[in-house]
Write a protein that binds this ligand. Structure first.
Ligand SMILES: NC(=O)c1ccc[n+]([C@@H]2O[C@H](COP(=O)([O-])OP(=O)(O)OC[C@H]3O[C@@H](n4cnc5c(N)ncnc54)[C@H](OP(=O)(O)O)[C@@H]3O)[C@@H](O)[C@H]2O)c1
Length: 292
């Protein structure tokens, strides 16, 4: 990778930070990593953590803020945020890349199953994928699935002895965010990814019961699996501040998991990493303090 300027959009989020973490390890003086964030606070945070990167402030709701961010950019990693305007944000970032005229590779963050457009989250991300595929840019989709890291949000229940997770007896393979960041960095620093979609899952299919057992084994305390009804899950998400659209989207996703529609382990992640993916038990063990 020589004389590249890589723009990360969504840089201050979980996946943005994980990607920068891996990219800086591969960086040399000839390459620039430019992190696009929403506020000066986020700029300061990222600069403190990664002194060698450039930062730029953008707002995906205001396309005019993107022009300067794209100056001299050759590679883009667009990570749409956890917001209802995902589709428009993706379109704005893609339009700006086309307009810049210098972008050789556009890596788009998406979700496993996007191509089926069966649930809201899939529809939002697939709209961005389709727009990108028709843009004339060299595209790559990095489709991911439910993060292991999400379980921090279930830590209170686990501490009290219950994993309250409404996927009934369904299986899916939770994925580690640090692994995703490393995959993205690998895609951004190697060739052969043009016009490809990678479907990335975690390394093992687990039911809610299996996951509760992982928590039991790692914490040494009994953690029972409880699958609340969709109504209870919705109420719980709304009560913790989730917006309605997002809570309903999550319910749809849980139904996909509950009915084994995402019960696959894909080889793509391991191929992109060149090593085994992180297992849930290792992620929980590394973060045990949060769950006891
Ligand atoms: N949780 C899961 O299991 C899962 C699985 C697959 C996909 N996803 C989705 O994948 C995406 C990436 O996940 P993540 O955890 O990395 O998300 P995240 O931590 O929420 O990061 C998204 C970033 O987008 C930025 N953003 C939002 N609106 C913006 C705007 N108008 N202009 C500029 N930047 C804006 C946010 O900025 P601020 O930092 O300023 O808020 C944030 O840094 C999200 O859409 C997520 O919902 C999640």
């Amino acid at each position: 990778m020589n004389n590249q300027t890589t723009l990360i959009i969504g840089a201050a989020g979980n996946n943005g930070v994980a990607t920068i973490e891996s990219l800086v390890k591969k960086q040399d003086a000839k390459n620039t990593i430019r992190a696009a964030v929403r506020s000066a606070d986020k700029t300061a945070e990222l600069k403190k953590k990664f002194p060698s990167i450039e930062t730029v402030i953008i707002d995906l709701d205001k396309p005019e803020t993107l022009t300067a961010a794209y100056e001299g950019v050759t590679k883009v990693f667009m990570i749409p945020g956890n917001v209802e305007e995902r589709e428009q944000h993706a379109k704005n970032a893609i339009d700006a890349a086309v307009q810049a005229g210098t972008v050789q590779q556009f890596l788009f963050y998406s979700v496993v199953g996007a191509e089926y457009e069966a649930i809201l989250f899939a529809k939002q991300f697939r709209a961005g994928e389709k727009y990108l595929e028709q843009s004339g840019l060299n595209w790559t989709h990095l489709r991911t699935i439910f993060f292991q890291d999400n379980f921090f949000g279930w830590a209170d229940g686990v501490k009290q002895g219950g994993l309250y997770f409404g996927v009934r007896d369904g299986n899916f393979a939770p994925l580690n965010v640090a692994d995703i960041g490393e995959m993205a960095a690998n895609v951004l620093t190697t060739s052969g990814h043009d016009n490809k979609a990678y479907n990335v899952t975690g390394p093992e299919l687990l039911t809610g019961k299996d996951m509760a057992k992982v928590f039991t084994d790692v914490t040494g305390k009994d953690v029972a699996y409880v699958s609340p009804t969709p109504e209870q899950t919705l109420e719980s998400l709304l009560s913790t501040g989730w917006p309605q659209w997002q809570a309903e989207g999550m319910l749809e996703l849980f139904e996909v998991f509950a009915t084994n529609q995402a019960a696959v382990v894909s080889p793509d992640g391991e191929q992109l990493l060149g090593r085994p993916l992180t297992q849930l038990k290792d992620f929980i063990a590394a973060n045990k303090a949060a769950f006891v």
